[in-house]
Ligand binder design. Structure first.
Ligand code: NDP
Length: 475
């Protein structure tokens, strides 16, 4: 009898726990309804300076062999004027516009018109039509998950061209890098502006729109949650994954081809960057369905931050290591190369395993094994807006017992490995680890703030059981 009651109790908890994920999402997820002065100042800063930062990095490679200091010295000493630098910068060309238009059109065709077939023959891969998380308005969108397929088709064509057809040079991306930057900016601004206009005149779902009344905030952080055209063209999924992330590995391949052309060989550092970042990109597409449930997709509205960020920031700044290695072909000693490879692979292993442990634990409601044992966890409760009490669980086994965001730690280890492959002559290739550290530390704090307001004293019990955020014993 007692066992029966306990089972009923447990079923009730599970039911509420599931509802809970739905209900608490309403009104809490998504970006803010009101703008505080700090957010507004940060947004204005980014709107004004982010495009300049990207230009500065790429220009310094083009004109100053990737030195970030020399342009400043030249300007301060009067050796050069801003107009000298600007006049030396390649302009937009018809060729670059043609390449870019073809590229984006091709990715749209792969995304919209070719349903996924990979999940039919690759065991364990989740593709095809999948459901996203519940939106704040209670909508569950369907997505066509075919990113892995788009990535494979694109890369097969790339290699077929490089080794067989010779339609274009594999250095094409590097050779047009700055003219392509103007094209990427045009698309980034066009899509963000279109998303803003669309949200006023023909939004996909009016209940998932958030207007603050502040033009800059709305433009930057987006108004619509999931803007779509037709049934399948989802702006967030398309711009988040393609064309930027599919391009990531192609850009690196183009850099490797340029090294081959200039120096007659591809250095081991370039191979390391291509392999490690290739694993990261492939992981993204292999887990595209899982990414539908991460903070990125579940939280952010579609505005300039995502539209411009995916078109410009990601392809130009996440690939700085490869670009640097074209100008500075570092050949690492065997021990260093092996050390960097190990750091990258261990980082990836931690990143993937930690994410998998939480996913498995939550999917099975704790009825699984973590490192061969039944998982330990902390039972939590929290209230929804209507005052109903719900239950959830926070895992304290596996990597989740080591630190509260060990997945970020793995990510950071991988990021550091890419940078180390470039040696220590310049700081430019280290931009990525600095940026990721700021991004993920800020994310830890933002996420924990949200979890504390959700779980209250239970979150405190959890943080007492797992006291560190990223590095056990240190932070
Ligand atoms: P997480 O996958 O860590 O998700 C955080 C959420 O998980 C919390 O809000 C909480 O949600 C739940 N949670 C927290 N602790 C526990 C626990 N102990 N047990 C069970 N659930 C818990 O965060 P992200 O979505 O930010 O990151 C996903 C991946 O993407 C990471 O590996 C990250 O490194 C990567 N990433 C990469 C970026 C890049 O630019 N390269 C950018 C951003 C992320 P709940 O309310 O459900 O309890």
């Amino acid at each position: 009898m007692a066992a029966h009651q306990e089972k009923k109790h447990s079923e009730e908890r599970n039911r509420k726990s599931t509802q809970n994920n739905t209900r608490t999402s309403q009104g809490q997820w998504g970006r803010a309804w009101e703008v505080d002065w700090f957010s507004l100042a940060s947004i204005l800063f980014l709107l004004m300076f982010a495009p300049l930062i990207v230009y500065y990095f790429i220009m310094s490679c083009d004109q100053y062999q990737c030195s970030l200091i020399d342009p400043v010295i030249d300007l301060l000493t009067g050796n050069k004027h801003l107009s000298d630098i600007w006049n030396k910068t390649p302009t937009l060309t018809y060729r670059a516009a043609g390449i870019y238009a073809l590229w984006v059109t091709f990715q749209v065709i792969l995304y919209v018109f070719i349903p996924d077939f990979c999940h039919k023959f690759i065991p364990g891969y989740v593709g095809g039509v999948q459901e996203g998380a519940v939106t704040p308005a209670g909508v569950v969108n369907k997505y066509e998950i075919n990113g892995l397929q788009a990535w494979i088709i694109t890369h097969v064509l790339w290699f077929a061209n490089a080794y067989y057809f010779h339609w274009f040079s594999p250095t094409i991306i590097f050779d047009n890098w700055i003219p392509l930057l103007w094209c990427a900016n045009i698309l980034g601004y066009a899509v963000s502006t279109f998303a803003m206009i669309k949200s006023y005149y023909f939004p996909t779902n009016t209940k998932d729109c958030k207007f603050t009344g502040n033009f800059f905030y709305d433009y930057m952080m987006g108004i619509e949650f999931n803007p779509r055209i037709g049934k399948w063209f989802d702006f967030k999924l398309f711009f988040n994954g393609r064309p930027g992330i599919v391009a990531w590995t192609l850009i690196n391949l183009s850099y490797a081809a340029k090294q081959q052309e200039l120096y007659g060989q591809v250095t081991n550092s370039m191979i390391l960057v291509n392999v490690l970042q290739g694993i990261y990109v492939l992981d993204f597409f292999w887990n595209e369905a899982w990414y539908l449930k991460t903070i990125d997709i579940c939280h952010d509205h579609f505005g300039w931050y995502l539209g411009w960020g995916d078109c410009v920031w990601l392809p130009y700044l996440y690939t700085l290591q490869g670009l640097y290695l074209v100008y500075h072909p570092v050949q690492l000693g065997t021990a260093n190369a092996i050390g960097i490879l190990m750091l990258g692979l261990i980082g990836y292993y931690i990143f993937r395993t930690t994410n998998h442990q939480k996913d498995l634990f939550r999917r099975t409601n704790g009825n699984c094994k973590i490192w061969g044992k039944k998982p330990e966890y902390i039972e939590c409760s929290y209230m929804s807006v209507d005052g109903t009490k719900y239950y959830s669980k926070l895992l304290t086994s596996g990597f989740w017992g080591w630190a509260r965001h060990f997945n970020y730690t793995g990510d950071l280890m991988g990021s550091l490995a890419y940078c180390l492959a470039c040696g220590f002559e310049h700081i430019l290739p280290y931009f990525y680890i600095v940026y990721m550290t700021i991004l993920l530390t800020h994310r830890c704090i933002r996420d924990e703030h949200r979890c504390f307001s959700k779980y209250g004293k239970d979150w405190k019990r959890y943080t007492a059981a797992v006291p560190y955020r990223l590095i056990p014993g240190i932070f």
